[in-house]
Design a protein around this ligand. Sequence first.
Ligand code: GDP
Length: 452
Amino acid sequence: MVLAELGGSISRAIQQMSNATIIDEKALNECLNEITRALLQSDVQFKLVRDMQANIKKIVNLDDLAAGHNKRRIIQQAIFNELCKMLDPGKPSFIPKKGKTSVVMFVGLQGSGKTTTCTKYAYYHQKKGWKPALVCADTFRAGAFDQLKQNATKAKIPFYGSYMESDPVKIAEEGVERFKKENCDLIIVDTSGRHKQEAALFEEMRQVAEATKPDLVIFVMDSSIGQAAFDQAQAFKQSVAVGAVIVTKMDGHAKGGGALSAVAATKSPVIFIGTGEHMDEFEVFDVKPFVSRLLGMGDLSGFMDKIQEVVPMDQQPELLQMLSEGTFTLRIMYEQFQNLLKMGPIGQVFSMLPGFSSELMPKGREKESQAKIKRYMTMMDSMTNEELDSTNPKLMNESRMMRIARGSGRPLRDVIEMLDEYKRLAKVWSKMKGLKIPKKGEMSALSRNMNA
Ligand code: GDP
């Protein structure tokens, strides 16, 4: 992903500045100019970049910083905050609730990955116990219905569409009506795209929105669209009430900076990113970890501080040893869940691991999350030692999963969800490989480790 290059350029600019003997106005300006150049090269809109630069200069008043202040850290923090601000316009206009019917309409240009993303979004929620359904109101692109039908069938998600009917409004209305009756809690409407933004597309979108009254409109954008992102996103926003953005193809060679501009244009947050063609190549988008990664400063900085703060000195080496090996088995996950539930010092540390708690234990939903973790542990109790200690993902075939489901009295769906969670955490864990405790305030060791 070229965004990683952007991150690299920004980190280098900060590094260069801190290598300067004195961090004065000149050094700061050079650093900011470097960052500006990197952002523009990544297709972030000019005005956004200019505003960001001005804001950082306002925040970092070098005259006020007494000698001895860690200027580099303060500047890095200011850059971090500004990038987060740029990417975080707040919550989506609506957040669907499990068990309560919501209609979510997807809009975007043809080829942006809209149809694929509709299914990914449905599949993601289905795995979390929702009852999603898909409605194909794309009558413009031949084959759109077939594609949706195929994906939906594979994921066992109910769908609605027609080969005969050419009126997208009628199909959308009928589909939504039907799935409301069937008590689906997430009715997803895929609409037509066109190659270009044109009046007919927007008119059709408006009509579908009027007929289905979506609770949330999601704008799907291909990360490779570059500088055109801002105008495109704005044009969509002007026609329908876009409330959230999903950026696709983040796995490709796109510069990705356009995504930052789209957020600003729609004033809506990116809620997921697409990272591949497969159904499960879909990730929740969290601004802070994303920007940390981008800057190479690592969400790990907080994590390492926390280790030093809360874990008794004599236990630190053992903990780091385990982390640095980078192998994450189901048994380790089990043990970490025990720690997490106890909320002892190590539990606190793990709740700070990037990606460990943001999805697993979101703030405000602790009770629900604890129940989920206990459920996962019950299922793991039905596993053999071989399964718990294995690092071979192929070991968990369907018959093993069925046995675990039976043994723990949980549906197969729950076992799949638990194993998915394991895969996700294993990915996070693998980034810890080779981690060393830095001396206080030493960030560069972390940066090297986080250059993911
Ligand atoms: P639509 O015209 O907007 O409905 O787009 P489609 O859903 O048909 O997607 C267009 C192409 O992009 C297809 O070949 C998809 O497999 C591909 N695609 C969609 N999302 C992603 C993604 O996140 N990564 C990659 N690599 N390809 C994607």
